[in-house]
Design a protein around this ligand. Structure first.
Ligand code: ME8
Length: 652
């Protein structure tokens, strides 16, 4: 270890009202990358993630699903945790705001703020958005009713409440932004925050009485009808995870090196959180880094559109490391990004396949052909000092990019050494060197390429850990703090070694591997459209397109019998079915029903099949039809004839 400086890195704690999507994965993967780099460089890292489980929104989500709030929170929290585990996220602690130590820590904080004169009781009347768990003033509302953040309807809430003296901290906050210009990253975002604070801060209502699912006030307050505002509860996780209010054992990790968040929650982190910390007498975090928003194929992701990108599905099909690389390389930190398979495939084929994977293949080829796989570095500096200098100049620039969250620039700069390597092969042409009897020069060229690949693998490891370990394995070294010191800081080359042949790392992808949006989501959106209306019949007739009978009969629905069923490997959602609909061969149907049916219970049963649908590919498998099904809160049911019907019978 070069030193034992501490680095505390956090993600937001995610609400348990939904399962993880690409946006959550993005924040977590950035944090994981920073944590991995910090460890590699010898820092003593503590990396925190977790789930945010209190508040009215979650109480309501549980109710809708007919579950107890705790049971519901347990289930969804576990899905986040297992996704991060499956993704190899290197977190040191996973906090849940329903954990007893957290609750105790939040109560301690409330008590301290109260003792410091920063909390007082009053009554509150305001427009409240349950979805955002935020009060708004009348002028902030859209059309006098709707939430300016999410567009949903707000409700008027009048209740007794405790308030935090946020207004008292206005000047201190402005001073902080001024003195620490990189406290908010990217720096452009800092101006937004400053403008907001300069506009004047109102005291903040920090308790609620209208629901129960939250942290109670400390016993000493003797006011049992209040629960704490979910953001006070949630933000405190960053210190309760270190033992604040309990054994305080890990409080020496505080202050955080960086809180990674999305831009949607910047205000809470850049205004409320430092004000709370000042009230508690704790130091302020070094950076609050807010990234931008992901859309899909140019559209906002939403469940009703059925276009939410499932990170597990993408990682399964395209490779986790490739997905990580894509997300971090594709958008400048702070900017919005668009997810499309095309953009992902381009990155894999071009940056990864052509520039990186191919270079390793070339080295394996050259060293195998001329030197039986031996690679020696002794004469590299003799022949290729200029190339080495260029490579090291690039590598020296990298670390600050990473710690300032300019990860796209980090990756961009990291590709320069690869380009030096690829160009050197073209320029010095080892086959010509060999022909001219300059074996020493050719060997040194291989040594140069190997050194560049090794250095790039070390620095790329935080972004693509599995791939880089494979590259290191092929070059017979191990990526750790020692090799980071030697190859990056001390500019060493590799020792002599025999290269290990490995399979190509990035096989070329010719066409999108996923072709269809999950049918379940489409039904979900139809269900929503029909549910939300309290409108008159006329309005309804206008809103829903009526179709003629001929139009309906364009859809050929047929009764089929499932003759074979099996699970689709690596997919939690899909089953692969063969359905006999009275044709010469059964139809192959890939159906997103695995959560509700096992293959054994399906074989021999009848279903209703859309038989004239254009074939689609799902997880690389052809699907030649779709099953009709209905899904509500209690699950999904296939539609079947009431009594058995001959296969191929038309449904009309
Ligand atoms: O806000 N693009 O939790 P949350 C990019 N519990 N990032 C996205 C995204 C998208 N489309 N959608 C979500 C909360 N995110 C609170 C946090 S912290 C003390 C409490 C990411 O489940 C992004 O990081 O709504 C955003 O900040 C976070 O998910 C919000 O997650």
């Amino acid at each position: 270890m070069s030193c034992h400086k501490k680095a505390y890195i956090t993600t937001p704690i995610y609400y348990v009202n939904d399962i993880a999507h690409i946006g959550h994965a993005y924040t977590t993967i950035i944090a994981d990358t920073v944590a991995r780099y910090a460890r590699l460089s010898g820092l003593d890292v503590f990396f925190l993630t977790g789930t945010d489980e209190h508040g009215q929104k979650i109480e309501e989500s549980a109710k809708v699903r007919g579950k107890s709030t705790q049971q519901y929170a347990d289930e969804i929290s576990a899905t986040f945790r297992s996704l991060w585990d499956d993704f190899g996220i290197s977190y040191d602690k996973f906090i849940r705001t329903t954990d007893a130590y957290h609750i105790k820590g939040v109560q301690k904080a409330f008590d301290t703020m109260y003792q410091n004169g920063d909390i007082y009781k009053d009554s509150y009347k305001g427009h409240y958005c349950i979805s955002c768990e935020t009060f708004f003033t009348a002028i902030q509302l859209v059309d006098n009713e709707f939430c300016p953040e999410c567009g949903k309807s707000t409700v008027i809430v009048e209740e007794e409440s405790y308030f935090f003296r946020l207004s008292k901290y206005q000047d201190a906050l402005l001073k902080w932004y001024d003195e620490k210009p990189d406290c908010i990253l990217p720096r452009s975002k800092r101006n937004e925050v400053i403008r907001f604070v300069e506009g004047g801060l109102m005291d903040l209502s920090i308790t609620r009485t209208s629901f129960d699912w939250g942290v109670k006030l400390p016993q000493a307050m003797n006011d049992p009808k209040h629960v704490m505002y979910v953001w006070l509860d949630a933000l405190m996780n960053y210190v309760t995870a270190l033992g604040y209010g309990n054994d305080e054992a890990r409080m020496d990790y505080w202050p955080a090196r960086v809180h990674l968040i999305g831009k949607d929650i910047l205000r809470f982190h850049a205004i409320y959180w430092p004000a709370f910390l000042m009230s508690l007498g704790l130091p302020l975090p070094r950076h609050i880094a807010a990234h931008g928003w992901w859309t899909r194929d140019g559209e906002k992701m939403s469940k009703s559109k059925g276009n939410v990108v499932n990170p597990r599905e993408i990682a399964d099909v395209y490779g986790l490391d490739n997905f990580r690389y894509f997300m971090l390389r594709e958008v400048p930190f702070g900017g919005d990004g668009d997810f499309s398979q095309k953009a992902l495939i381009d990155r894999i084929n071009s940056d990864l396949g052509n520039d990186l994977g191919n270079l390793l293949n070339r080295l394996i080829g050259m060293s195998g052909k001329y030197f039986e796989g031996r690679v020696e570095s002794i004469s590299v500096a003799t022949y290729y000092q200029a190339e080495l200098d260029e490579v090291h100049a690039s590598l020296d620039l990298l670390e600050p990019f990473l710690f300032e969250m300019q990860i796209h620039r980090y990756l961009e700069e990291l590709w320069r050494p690869l380009s030096v390597a690829n160009k050197s092969i073209d320029k010095y042409q080892p086959w010509v060197l060999m022909k001219e009897g300059k074996e020493d020069e050719a060997m040194a060229l291989n040594g140069l390429i190997a050194a560049i690949l090794a250095k790039v693998a070390v620095m790329l490891y935080p972004v693509m850990p599995m791939v880089c370990n494979k590259i290191a394995g092929s070059l017979e070294f191990v990526i750790d703090n020692n090799s980071w010191m030697a190859l990056i800081k001390e500019r060493s080359l590799l020792e002599s070694f025999t290269i290990q042949k490995i399979e190509p790392l990035f096989p070329r992808i010719e066409a999108p591997l996923l072709e269809q949006i999950e049918p379940v989501d489409i039904k979900e959106s139809l269900k929503k459209e029909t549910k939300t209306d309290s409108k008159s019949k006329e309005e309804k007739a206008e809103g829903v397109a009526l179709i003629g009978i001929d139009h309906f009969f364009e859809t050929l629905l047929k009764i089929g019998t499932i003759v074979e069923a099996q699970e689709v490997p690596k997919s939690k959602k899909l089953l692969l079915l063969q359905v006999d609909i009275g044709e010469e061969h059964p139809r192959q149907v890939v159906a997103g029903i695995r959560e509700w049916y096992t293959p054994q219970t399906l074989i021999g049963t009848q279903v209703c099949v859309v038989s004239n649908l254009q074939p689609a590919k799902l997880m690389g498998m052809k699907s030649e039809g779709m099953l009709l099904a209905a899904k509500d809160e209690s699950g999904l049911s296939l539609l079947r004839p009431e009594a058995p019907k001959a296969v191929g019978t038309q449904v009309r």
